[in-house]
Design a protein around this ligand. Structure first.
Ligand SMILES: NC(=O)c1ccc[n+]([C@@H]2O[C@H](COP(=O)([O-])OP(=O)(O)OC[C@H]3O[C@@H](n4cnc5c(N)ncnc54)[C@H](OP(=O)(O)O)[C@@H]3O)[C@@H](O)[C@H]2O)c1
Length: 242
């Protein structure tokens, strides 16, 4: 049985990845932070649709202490793929942000994912085709004003995978970032229609990404035939920024 964990499965991109993976025969841990109801709904829906696979919901706040993270990770059944699609931003000038807000962004987007990767390493190395996929951002390659901390967290992920991929490549464990441009999800609900229209006009493809535009590339990285692609950041941005 092929089993994976999707961190942030309750988000717009996370749900698309979960639907795609479930359809492709994966058993899944559906991770959430606040949205227990959505996670439960997804698990129920998948169990009905794919009765031969296993689906579990799993709560973990990425701001939790190391001991809590360690305990949850150590109780997981063996998995061969980890997808990190949780994430937060705070659209503000740096000088207007509280220091703990800055720390939260780095903790949720970069630090906790690296720690969890470290904790999962030994079991992922045992898999024939282990996969670690981070959902980064186009801003990790070309940073944005008002999202400088978010951009730093995503750029950090891209640097991390370059180095870490080299540590584990001989075991067929690949580590990559899929870096979306603007995607039509609740994360962009902070912007009004006019602002979103302006963004759309800047994107050569003429539209925001659908979450499925992102899950498609995750699916490809999960394929056994992707063993030779590692340490990369793949920008999926409709020709927008990088
Ligand atoms: N949308 C875009 O335009 C866009 C563009 C580029 C990159 N991205 C990246 O793509 C990823 C997914 O984005 P999205 O648009 O799908 O976001 P979203 O719909 O806002 O979902 C965010 C996810 O992160 C989880 N989360 C939030 N705080 C958390 C915490 N403290 N601990 C653990 N998990 C937490 C949420 O869990 P609960 O809902 O259960 O609380 C949710 O599953 C993010 O990494 C984002 O940076 C998005």
């Amino acid at each position: 049985m092929k089993r994976a964990i999707i961190f942030g499965a309750t988000g717009g991109i996370g749900r698309a990845i979960a639907e795609n993976m479930a359809e492709n025969g994966w058993s899944l841990y559906i991770h959430y932070n606040h949205n227990q109801q959505e996670a439960g709904k997804m698990v129920q829906e998948f169990i009905e649709k794919y009765p031969d696979q296993e689906f579990f919901s799993l709560k973990l706040n990425f701001l939790a202490e190391d001991d809590v993270i360690k305990k949850i990770v150590s109780n997981l059944l063996p998995i061969s793929a980890v997808i990190f699609t949780q994430g937060i931003t705070n659209y503000q000038f740096l000088g207007s942000q509280e220091l703990d807000e800055i720390e939260k962004i780095i903790q949720i987007n970069l630090l906790a994912p690296i720690k969890i990767t470290s904790l999962l390493e030994s079991q992922l190395l045992k898999q024939a085709h282990g996969r670690i996929i981070f959902i980064g951002s186009v801003y990790g390659g070309q940073a944005s004003a008002l999202e400088s901390v978010y951009s730093a967290s995503k750029g950090g992920l891209s640097s991390f995978v370059q180095g870490y991929a080299r540590e584990v490549a001989s075991a067929n464990l690949t580590v990559n970032v899929i870096a979306p441009g603007a995607v039509d999800t609740p994360m962009n609900a902070i912007f009004d229609a006019e602002t979103l229209n302006e963004v759309k006009n800047e994107i050569p493809a003429g539209r925001l990404a659908d979450p499925k535009d992102i899950s498609f590339w995750v699916e490809n990285l999960l394929d056994e035939r992707s063993d030779y692609l590692t340490g990369q950041t793949i920008y999926v941005d409709g020709g927008w920024l990088v």
